[in-house]
Design a binder for this molecule. Structure first.
Ligand SMILES: [Zn+2]
Length: 294
């Protein structure tokens, strides 16, 4: 499928969020899983089906003869009111509303379109665009900022934010990538796969950009204990003290950039998450990336 410029995806997402709000959906697509409202908002999908579709996709947008059908896999996304199902539906809405994606579907370039919520790496750019759209529609900038100002810092705060916005833990965590107010990063660990990470803009601007490919959790740390536990997902959050050099590339042990980090870990239904928070006041002593490059 052709790629749309990010600015146009952003504009489409913002316009959709705004029209939803104007139509009486103050939390953007809070009501998204109700097909009548989807139809009222975008007036297009022929049908939305929620069912078990095996392991093959989270969501799929199917086009045939000018009509669109969305399939949402409850086996992978949970019931329709859950964050992951809402994200999947918003993602499929993106493929419908972003003109370049829509045209590709209509022309038959991509008549069937299976999507996955949590394949963070190696995604096609159109998938990244649709994820970006879904994220901004479900968590519009002004509302997201207002909620995180109130909920505060750390993993429990992120979980409260997700509860308040009705979004999945993973999509909410990823939304912090844009945050200039929350210096944080997270790592997602899944059995048999390389961990993946996201770093917030508040940290990236100080040059903390890449989490080490295979960070080794320190014995007894929150991450090590949570990874070792052969228990079911739990709302318990473990906490321990860490330092930046343990997690980030290019940070040397004992250097001025080797700042203290609050490390928190929690086992979720889809793996284990480590949340790293840095006290903003310790960052201000460092030079920003701009200053370093000058
Ligand atoms: Zn997709």
């Amino acid at each position: 499928m052709p790629v749309a410029p990010v600015s146009s995806v952003h504009a489409t997402a913002n316009a959709t969020a705004a029209s939803m709000a104007a139509a009486g959906h103050p939390s953007a697509l809070r009501q998204l899983p109700q097909s009548e409202q989807i139809k009222a908002a975008a007036g297009q999908f022929e049908a939305i089906s929620y069912d078990n579709y095996g392991p093959h996709f989270d969501g799929m947008l199917h086009h045939e003869d000018g009509t669109f059908h969305v399939y949402c896999n409850v086996q992978r996304c949970g019931p329709r009111h859950e964050g992951r199902a809402r994200f999947t539906l918003a993602h499929e809405l993106a493929h419908y509303l972003i003109p370049e994606h829509h045209a590709a579907l209509c022309s038959g370039v991509a008549p069937h379109h299976p999507s996955f919520c949590n394949k963070a790496n190696a995604k096609l750019y159109v998938e990244v665009e649709a994820d970006f759209f879904a994220s901004r529609v479900l968590m519009p900038e002004v509302r997201f900022r207002a909620v995180i100002e109130r909920t505060g810092f750390g993993l429990a705060a992120m979980r409260r934010t997700a509860n308040e916005l009705g979004t999945s833990l993973q999509s909410t965590a990823r939304r912090f990538e844009d945050s200039l107010t929350h210096p944080c990063a997270f790592v997602v660990w899944r059995d048999g796969k390389e961990p993946w990470f996201v770093v917030s803009a508040a940290l990236r601007q100080y040059g903390f950009i890449f989490v080490k490919k295979l960070p080794t959790p320190v014995a007894g740390s929150a991450t090590a204990v949570a990874l070792a536990e052969a228990v079911k997902p739990s709302p318990d959050i473990r906490e321990s003290a860490s330092v930046m050099s343990q997690w980030f590339t290019g940070v040397f042990d004992g250097s001025e950039r080797d700042l203290p980090v609050k490390e928190e870990a929690m086992k979720t239904a889809y793996g284990m998450i480590t949340w790293l928070s840095v006290n903003p006041s310790t960052l201000t002593k460092l030079r920003t990336l701009d200053q370093q490059l000058r």
